[in-house]
Ligand binder design. Structure first.
Ligand code: AMP
Length: 570
């Protein structure tokens, strides 16, 4: 396949506003790709070179890209800048500037050159290689290459759409593809295996160290009684409000992944060291919650302090001032053996045998009970210690990678006059704002929840409070980078906004209650109105640890609505 053919597919995907049509175009694209090409096609379609957990970045700023364009095309930098201002998109700018036909390079060749650019360290070398690549591409091809390089391909294709396209309408295939994806988080790898070995290869797909397993998630309830009703005798753990880590140890190498599967190894040198020294097995994957602890008082610091590590310049210093503890709560893999299929109680037992109580690494607090009373007492205890609540776990359940279900149930502290829990929503657009806010150029957000069955985002509220002025300004800047000329194909909305954006950023909001509303599409059917958050206020800035698909789902909003009804009846 040539890069031009791939670009033509991208163009068609870009033109469509129908998700069904998008899936159909993708299906024919994947069908056409060879074994050698198919993984690269998947990555490039997602606007990447490798899955995000490989942490490959181009390291090319807009400015550097404009400089390269000016050199490649022999025009002045100011001319490139003016054109960019007019077009608002560097891909379109490149398309307009490039007058040559290119060398009709193959897809693999362009991929390799892109890869080489990303891997090259020196800026000068990078630019030389980029100029060389641009000279081999037509304007039409360069449009997409440039967008990939600056991380703004924005085809709006999500993982679920690619999985559907891979299954190509064969029902039997889809659950196996999903399982393989859940075990390795690498859609390119799954596509390649499928092409090479068909269904059999996908059925035999195994966990591999260095490929993060997509994390299991919890459902929520509003009382200890409901936990016992659902699970009977169960494991009850403290719920720590920190940073979820999946730690892979492969002899003398340790890798750490975040909840949204970014590689975070460098951010946690203290955890790497503790795992190397204290976990005395060769190959293992454990999961836990990392938390900064005040050594003086033994108290946990709030999540905001723990996450600051990500932004702080000197991680070593930070690790010294805010030492972390990792409360391990699951074991997914041990010495070549897949533990995700084993019952929780067995995983937990082996986990406890593996970890002695060290300063940095220890198993989460846990006990087994069938009495709601015991859960309540423990709940009160953890709350007074400044923890978030508890997690109850079904004793005989496997680790269900990549899915949220009642094998794990959370019970969190609730606040009077508000919902039993906060809600994670995705920003899909914003309003310029009126009055004092107009000055900031942003006054409110339109937010949505996720609908996994259609891989779309359904609106649930407008959010206009909870941010400081400077946060609003930062938000607008971040949203302007991902603004769109029309509603994103995966967003379902009856409401208009001033600016549509790509559904990328998650924020956490609190609300007084959930009401039925004809204006919103979350949970809306032909006969019934949707659901909406009443008096929502943001309680976090953008949640960098969450992907849009990690937002709460429509089903969860409906459950929260029902919970709130049952509570008010009592
Ligand atoms: P939430 O983010 O509110 O949906 O709660 C689920 C999160 O709680 C998980 O993703 C973990 O990061 C975190 N967590 C804290 N303690 C535990 C625990 N003992 N077991 C499982 N997850 C936990």
């Amino acid at each position: 396949m040539t890069f031009r053919e791939l670009s033509e597919y991208f163009h068609r995907i870009e033109q469509t506003t129908s998700r069904l049509e998008m899936a159909e175009i993708l299906r024919s694209l994947l069908e056409k790709a060879s074994v050698e090409e198919v993984d690269k096609v998947v990555y490039l379609t997602l606007g990447e070179l490798l899955p995000a957990f490989r942490g490959i970045e181009f390291g090319i700023s807009e400015k550097l890209l404009m400089e390269s364009l000016s050199k490649a095309c022999g025009v002045r930098l100011s001319q490139v800048q003016t054109l960019y201002k007019q077009k608002g998109d560097l891909g379109d700018t490149a398309e307009e500037l490039i007058g040559w036909q290119g060398r009709n390079l193959s897809l693999v060749r362009v991929y390799e050159e892109l890869f080489d650019i990303a891997r090259t360290r020196g800026t000068l070398d990078k630019v030389m290689k980029l100029i060389n690549l641009l000279k081999g591409l037509s304007g039409f091809e360069a449009k997409y290459a440039v967008r990939i390089i600056i991380g703004r391909l924005r085809l709006g294709v999500g993982d679920a759409t690619i999985i559907d396209a891979m299954a190509g309408g064969i029902r039997e295939l889809k659950p196996y593809i999903e399982r393989a994806y859940n075990l390795c988080s690498d859609l390119g790898l799954v596509a390649k295996r499928l092409k090479e070995g068909g269904l059999e290869a996908i059925k035999e797909f195994k966990i591999q160290l260095g490929y993060p397993i997509r994390m299991a998630l919890a459902e929520r309830v509003s009382s200890a009684q409901e936990i016992i009703q659902r699970l009977g005798r169960c494991g009850v753990e403290a719920k720590y409000d920190g940073f979820r880590l999946q730690v892979h140890k492969d002899s003398d190498k340790v890798e750490i992944y975040s909840r949204n599967l970014e590689r975070m190894t460098e951010m946690f040198p203290d955890v790497v060291k503790a795992v190397m020294e204290d976990v005395k097995v060769q190959k293992v994957i454990i999961e836990g919650e990392a938390l900064a602890v005040n050594e003086e008082t033994g108290e946990f610091y709030p999540f905001q302090i723990t996450i600051q590590r990500k932004r702080k310049y000197s991680i070593e210093e930070y690790a010294r001032d805010y030492p972390l503890k990792l409360f391990a709560f699951d074991l997914l893999y041990l010495e070549e053996e897949d533990y995700t299929v084993k019952p929780y109680i067995e995983r937990r037992k082996t986990l406890e045998e593996l970890l002695s109580q060290t300063n940095t690494l220890r198993p989460s607090e846990m006990f087994i009970t069938q009495e709601a009373k015991d859960i309540e007492t423990f709940f009160e205890d953890v709350i007074t210690r400044g923890l978030e609540g508890i997690m109850a776990k079904r004793l005989d359940a496997p680790y269900t990678a990549g899915s949220r279900n009642f094998n794990w149930i959370k019970l969190k502290r609730s606040y009077r006059g508000s919902l039993a829990d906060t809600v994670d929503v995705v920003v899909v657009g914003y309003y310029y704002g009126k009055g004092a806010r107009a000055r900031l150029g942003i006054g409110g957000l339109l937010v949505a929840v996720y609908e996994p069955s259609t891989d779309t985002f359904k609106t649930v509220s407008k959010v206009g409070s909870g941010f400081t002025e400077s946060e609003w300004v930062r938000l607008r800047e971040m949203l302007d980078v991902i603004k769109l000329s029309h509603k994103h194909p995966r967003v379902d909305s009856l409401i208009e906004v001033d600016v549509w954006v790509e559904p990328r950023y998650v924020i956490t909001v609190n609300a007084d209650e959930i009401t039925r509303s004809p204006l919103h599409t979350a949970g809306r059917t032909l006969e019934e109105p949707g659901y909406a958050l009443r008096f929502p206020r943001a309680v976090s800035f953008i949640r960098e640890d969450k992907n849009p698909e990690d937002a709460n789902t429509v089903e969860e909003i409906i459950r929260l609505y029902q919970l709130q009804k049952s509570v008010s009846v009592e």
